[in-house]
Design a protein around this ligand. Structure first.
Ligand SMILES: *Cc1c(COP(=O)(O)O)cnc(C)c1O
Length: 412
């Protein structure tokens, strides 16, 4: 019999969202008349912007005609899209990223999960706690950890607790680490790192030879122009950081699938012989060996974001979700909850009143208000005692949700 990868068996209980779905299904079965409002899952709800749809259609039409049909494209992504990304996402903010350093893919989840492959299994990994589960689980699968303890912490992984005490910003590790996953604006806490905080990370990484894996999937939600949207806005970051971006939350691409990563040419790792190796070259080799490029019409659709109309429509989309976030944040505060995030992020992170656990509050909220949220403990042990509410949804439903909480479950 074929031997399996034992590391997979270290993974703790099922994924968070299936468990939520199971509990909601059980609730609606016994309460079929309940009008349930879902503010749990991190998925967008508004359709693709018209400029994106037009560009998408044009790409499909090209595929439908013998003159313009295209087969395999470049694995790294079409140059037209990489040039638009370099100009609009980076040069416009004074950051120099060459189109050649951009790798287009079908999602930041895969990129965040795949990146660890080009590093040694001996690398020490640091992650924020709570965290987007992909960073940890993919390192566990690869064998960079021991088993999980009772609270779900894997042996050998360096956890960086993010709580009210440190303003939900991870502290610099007290032990040497090799790979540091950072996410700002953060999922799940909704908080954002300042330039000073990111500067400390870049200096730390430069000092100890670590590499920062910076997930900027929510950068479009940063509403203060003074806050960094890219790690490369920090001096010296090109030598120590890889950046992950996605069109999913920016432009409603969760079902359309397009993302990219930036791997600067300066970035170096070390092989067993102690020689310096280009990380860009390694990733290029990996990407072109295991990936055959994102769909052409999808890349055309992504390019549609960068037209004048596209930019205006994307801004409108983000503004819509951010108004939802404001309604959630201010409504909950008015009902006595301590709320974090929700200003530069679609996620609000609330402190659960009393001594309830995250799952107890999940059940209480569902039973008394028929609202579904996400238990903080599902994102890591330090998320215990917190709860995530998402601003992705219909305006009326969110207003209704906030009224229900005010009337039926105020914190004070
Ligand atoms: C949604 C999300 C992504 C984007 O994933 P895609 O695969 O591009 O849809 C990446 N990182 C975080 C933290 C996210 O929440």
């Amino acid at each position: 019999m074929a031997k399996i990868n034992d590391h997979y068996q270290k993974l703790t209980a099922g994924y968070l969202f299936p468990e939520i779905a199971r509990r909601v299904a059980a609730f609606t079965e016994t309460n079929p008349e309940a009008d349930v409002i879902k503010l749990g899952i991190g998925d967008v709800t508004r359709p693709l912007p018209p400029a994106v749809v037009d560009a998408f259609h044009a790409g499909v039409d090209e595929m439908a005609s013998a003159d313009t049909f295209r087969g395999y494209g470049p694995e790294q992504g079409h140059l037209f899209l990489r040039e638009l990304i370099a100009a609009n996402d980076y040069a416009s903010r004074g950051v120099s990223v060459d189109p050649d350093e951009i790798f287009v893919s079908d999602g930041a989840k895969c990129d965040c999960g795949n990146i660890q492959e080009i590093f040694s299994t001996e690398c020490k990994v640091a992650v924020a706690d709570p965290v987007y589960p992909v960073y940890i689980d993919t390192n566990v699968m690869a064998g960079r950890s021991g088993p999980a303890d009772d609270e779900g912490r894997y042996e050998g992984i360096h956890y960086m607790p993010c709580t009210e005490e440190n303003g939900f910003q991870p502290d610099i590790p007290s032990e040497p680490v090799d790979l540091i996953y950072l996410c700002s604006p953060n999922n799940p806490t909704g908080t954002v790192a300042t330039a000073e905080q990111l500067t400390r990370w870049v200096e730390y990484a430069r000092g100890c030879g670590a590499i920062i894996l910076f997930d900027a999937a929510y950068e479009a939600y940063v509403s203060d122009p003074g806050l960094p949207r890219s790690i490369y806005e920090i001096d010296g970051a090109r030598e120590v950081a890889i950046e992950f971006r996605s069109f999913s939350k920016t432009a409603g691409f969760t079902g359309t699938r397009c993302a990219f990563i930036v791997v600067p040419r300066e970035l170096r790792g070390k092989n067993t012989a102690g020689e310096e190796v280009s990380i860009h070259q390694l990733w290029s080799r990996r990407h072109s060996t295991k990936f055959n490029g994102a769909s052409y019409p999808v890349q055309c659709a992504a390019a549609g974001i960068y037209t004048d109309e596209g930019k205006a429509q994307v801004k409108e989309l983000i503004d819509f979700y951010m108004e939802n976030a404001r309604i959630i944040r201010e409504g909950l505060s008015a009902s006595g909850y301590a709320v974090y995030g929700g200003i530069h992020s679609p996620y609000s992170w609330l402190r659960i009143p009393g001594a309830r656990s995250s799952w107890e509050f999940f059940e209480l909220l569902l039973e008394t208000t028929h609202i579904v949220g996400t238990p903080g403990s599902g994102f890591g042990p330090s998320g215990e005692g917190y709860f995530r509410l998402s601003a992705f949804g219909d305006r009326e439903r969110i207003e209704e949700a906030i009224e229900r909480i005010r009337d039926k479950l105020p914190a004070d």
